[in-house]
Design a protein around this ligand. Structure first.
Ligand SMILES: [Zn+2]
Length: 378
């Protein structure tokens, strides 16, 4: 592990934590203004905070091509997904202002150039499918036809949905360092945490100093559980079942891309910037529908030499309560038949919660189930 000499934590991706925040330049109101999509806005904010280090702006053609072809930036550093800004036409000036749908200005971009891109090719490389029914591919196909490259300076940060959970990489790093942690495992989730997730985060925590529970609260598909409900569930679980001095809960501001394996790599690299030395990768990480094989998001890590990513992935199986073992277990650790296992399908759980019924305690902590039941009846 390459260590940051000051904090003793893992060094950011590429060595230095990028900071693209700055003062609002005079004359910004006179610039040509581009309106960003919500995905582009969340990328912009992550560029500002260094969550996407070493990127300092939206990708140019060389990096973009290299990422699609070989999962590396043109410098050779691993990078799994395009971070691009789509536009209708090349700007006339050498600077543009970046705004949200309401016209609020956030940043200035120094124009490096525009380039054409092939949406189907990007879809195949990044998402492994060209199917319009894939939510990430559908969003890509709706994009404007050119990519605009350039370094950004962000003078207005987006308002986070949960301000008390908003922590930039510099802040999580400072918090880890203050607690004396060196090895920290990051856990990405976009779902409520049931016993299975509690188990694997705790198994991981047994081997390191601290745990970062880092739920994604950016854009997700509309049928995922609302972010506010999920945050309530995390709080209920942390209050009751985790030692406060070993866990940090913070929101991950990324928009979900549903790119499965490549997104798992991308998620790991981002967490490295937040100071995590380890990253939990379960089955079907960041997947959607049946576009990806169950283990694809784990197998893709083998395409890199271990030292290349530096952050260490920790792979997990689905886990469950086994009555015969009398504990949580997985297919890897339990020899008993599945009739000994407490397992409920997602559909069954939703049915029970919808009917106001608590799932078995071996499946879901009652404090968490109660939050979900309440949310169903709002
Ligand atoms: Zn068993």
């Amino acid at each position: 592990m390459i260590v940051d000499t000051e904090t003793r934590l893992i060094a950011p991706h590429g060595g230095e934590l990028v900071d693209r925040t700055g003062d609002r330049p005079s004359g910004v109101d006179a610039l040509e203004t581009l309106t960003l999509t919500s995905r582009e806005l969340s990328d912009l904010d992550m560029l500002a905070s260094g969550a996407l280090s070493p990127l300092e702006g939206f990708m140019g053609r060389e990096d973009y091509e290299s990422v699609l072809e070989s999962m590396r930036l043109s410098s050779g550093l691993p990078w799994a997904l395009p971070v691009c800004l789509a536009v209708d036409a090349a700007p006339s000036g050498d600077q543009v202002a970046l705004a949200d749908q309401s016209g609020m200005l956030y940043a200035v971009l120094e124009v490096e150039g525009t380039y054409e891109y092939d949406q189907e090719r990007e879809a195949q490389a990044a998402f492994r499918t060209t199917d319009h029914a894939h939510p990430g591919v559908a969003r890509l196909y709706e994009q404007k036809p050119l990519y605009l490259a350039g370094r950004v300076t962000v003078f207005e940060r987006t308002v986070p949905p949960f301000p008390e959970l908003a922590k930039d990489p510099a802040e999580t790093r400072a918090e880890f360092a203050e607690r004396g942690w060196r090895r920290v495992v990051g856990f990405q989730t976009r779902n409520p945490i049931h016993r299975a997730h509690e188990y694997l985060t705790k198994v991981a925590l047994e081997t390191v100093d601290g745990l970062l529970i880092h739920p994604l609260v950016g854009d997700t598909k509309s049928d995922d559980v609302p972010a506010a409900t999920r945050v309530e569930c995390y709080r209920a679980l942390l209050d009751g079942y985790y030692p406060a001095d070993r866990v940090v809960l913070s929101a991950f501001p990324a928009a979900m891309r549903y790119a499965g394996p490549r997104e798992a790599i991308w998620h790991a690299i981002c967490r490295k910037n937040y100071g995590c030395s380890h990253f939990i990768v379960g089955r079907d990480h960041a997947g959607v529908g049946d576009y990806y094989g169950t283990y694809d998001a784990q197998l893709i890590f083998d395409e890199f030499e271990p030292h290349e990513l530096d952050i260490e992935p920790m792979f997990f199986e689905h886990s469950f309560w086994c009555r015969a073992c009398g504990s949580m277990a997985s297919a890897k650790t339990c020899p008993h038949d599945s009739d000994q296992h407490v397992f409920l399908s997602g559909t069954k759980v939703r049915e029970m919660l919808g009917a106001g019924e608590l799932p078995p305690e071996e499946f879901s902590r009652p404090e968490v189930a109660e939050v979900l039941i309440e949310a169903y009846h709002r």
